[in-house]
Design a protein around this ligand. Structure first.
Ligand code: UTP
Length: 447
């Protein structure tokens, strides 16, 4: 893009101040700024401004009803597992990981997927995800293509992590990296924020940026070419997740669902999990901040929490549903943050109070558009222990304890007793579940 073209574009978007410090910039900074301006488009900026005007409205959730949640047992469980195993064996399942987040609460300098979580090996989060996919590929004899969404900030380091670790044993042809979009930060008045004289402050467009990125990158087309029907979605920070769990895939397929959600009983009424609610004939994810106190504590006739189930963002999508949704605009959510900015003279200011807005899209906003939805209950301690914070709840320490707790339960089922003080770690390719460990268990200690 030339300077003249950039001037025309910023004028069209009423963002002329973006070029105000042009004369102070060196050659490289000028080139970089022109590249950033080229990514702006008037329509999207207008959407951001409209979102700012609308403000952070708290939706009315008072009519919300708890959804019907399936608990699979006995014959129903067997049927779902059989259906899921068929899908896996016939190569119709893909794994989709969103790993573009900034991980600011954890405070780790690098992609969160590179964070070392293995209690003994210090293997990164990516290792556990990739090895589970590999284990299922081996078990069912068909590839599970792995789509990994990164951001501009962490794409290079993510790809390097996979390359340096030989893709953790996966076939590189079945791993597809793609990068999510970025939105510029804005002041309350809708002015783009510069965080250096020649640089626009940009932040990733949220996990909902997934849909546009899937389409733009060709990942959706790749899924179609490979004959994928069900797409298992998960987040990078939860190494307990049962990726492409046959029961979940089978439940989704047998119900001809477009969107299936795994839900877990909340550990306490105020647990910070989104809660899906039914409003008439459609479902919507209600964030914990949008629930009233009465809703959080409401009990049913049996004395159980009425809104018992929360969503840890473990989903299965029908591929065709993702394709349909990728062509529609998604709602924008505002986050009011402290954003460093340059003043009129080009000096950097680090604000002590929030001063600007980031814009994000959330994947669960497509829930109301799904023609058929299923909800499946699972046991939180078996499948969900995210690494969100540096310490305390949902931290590396609590996650490592939960990972080891799960492996110890498997070991105990296999009749192997491990001293509580000894750390444990099991490679998913060695054992994907307790029954795998039972059949492989005799090898333990022999090596
Ligand atoms: P979180 O909402 O926990 O955000 O992301 P985060 O960026 O990882 O961490 P904080 O809030 O800055 O501490 C949940 C999942 O969504 C992905 C994350 O990588 C994680 O897997 N995500 C989030 C994206 O892929 N892109 C985004 O823009 C935001």
């Amino acid at each position: 893009m030339t300077l003249q073209e950039a001037e025309k574009l910023v004028k069209k978007c009423s963002q002329e101040h973006v070029l105000a410090l042009w004369n102070k910039l060196g050659k490289k900074e000028r080139e970089a700024l022109l590249e950033q301006i080229a990514t702006l488009d008037a329509k999207s900026l207008e959407r951001c401004k409209a979102a700012l005007k609308a403000g952070v409205a708290v939706p009315d959730t008072s009519n919300g009803k708890a959804p019907k949640v399936s608990v699979l047992k006995g014959r129903k469980l067997q049927e779902a597992v059989a259906a899921g195993e068929k899908e896996l064996a016939e190569g119709r399942v893909a794994a989709l990981l969103v790993a573009g987040g900034q991980g600011s609460r954890l405070g780790f300098d690098g992609p969160k997927g590179c964070y070392e979580i293995g209690p003994i090996t210090n293997a990164p989060l990516f290792y556990f995800h990739a090895r589970k996919i590999l284990a299922r590929t081996i078990r069912y004899g068909a590839a599970i293509p792995f789509y990994v969404m990164t951001s501009e900030a962490n794409n290079e380091a993510t790809v390097r992590c996979f390359e340096e670790n030989d893709y953790f044993g996966l076939n590189p042809d079945d791993v597809f990296f793609f990068t999510q979009g970025m939105w510029p930060g804005m002041t309350a008045e809708g002015k783009i924020i510069l965080d250096a004289p020649g640089h626009i402050f940009m932040s990733p467009d949220g996990h909902g940026g997934l849909l546009a990125a899937l389409k733009r990158s060709g990942a959706l087309a790749d899924m179609k070419k490979r004959g994928i029907k069900s797409v298992f979605f998960f987040q990078v920070d939860n190494p307990l997740v049962e990726i492409a769990d046959p029961a979940f895939i089978g439940h989704h397929v047998l119900n001809k669902a477009e969107y299936s959600l795994k839900l877990c009983a909340k550990r306490d009424p105020l647990e910070k999990l989104g809660v899906p609610m039914r409003f008439g004939g459609t479902y919507r994810m209600v964030e914990y901040t949008e629930m009233t106190e009465e809703q959080c504590y409401r009990k049913d006739k049996s004395g159980k929490l009425y809104f018992l189930y929360g969503s840890p963002a473990i989903h299965v999508f029908d591929r065709a549903f993702l394709e349909r949704e990728a062509s529609r605009p998604m709602p924008l959510h505002l986050a009011f943050k402290k954003i460093p900015f340059v003043d009129g003279k080009g000096a950097l200011v680090k604000p002590s109070e929030p001063n600007g807005y980031k814009f994000e899209k959330f994947i669960f906003d497509i829930l109301p558009n799904a023609k058929s939805v299923t909800f499946l209950a699972f046991d939180q301690k078996e499948e969900f222990s995210p690494v969100k914070n540096a310490e305390g709840v949902d931290s590396p320490a609590s996650c490592k304890a939960d990972m080891q707790g799960k492996w110890r339960r498997w070991l105990s089922e296999a009749g192997i007793c491990v001293d509580e003080n000894l750390p444990v770690e099991i490679d998913p390719v060695y054992a994907l579940d307790a029954s795998d460990l039972k059949s492989n268990g005799l090898c333990l200690g022999a090596e």
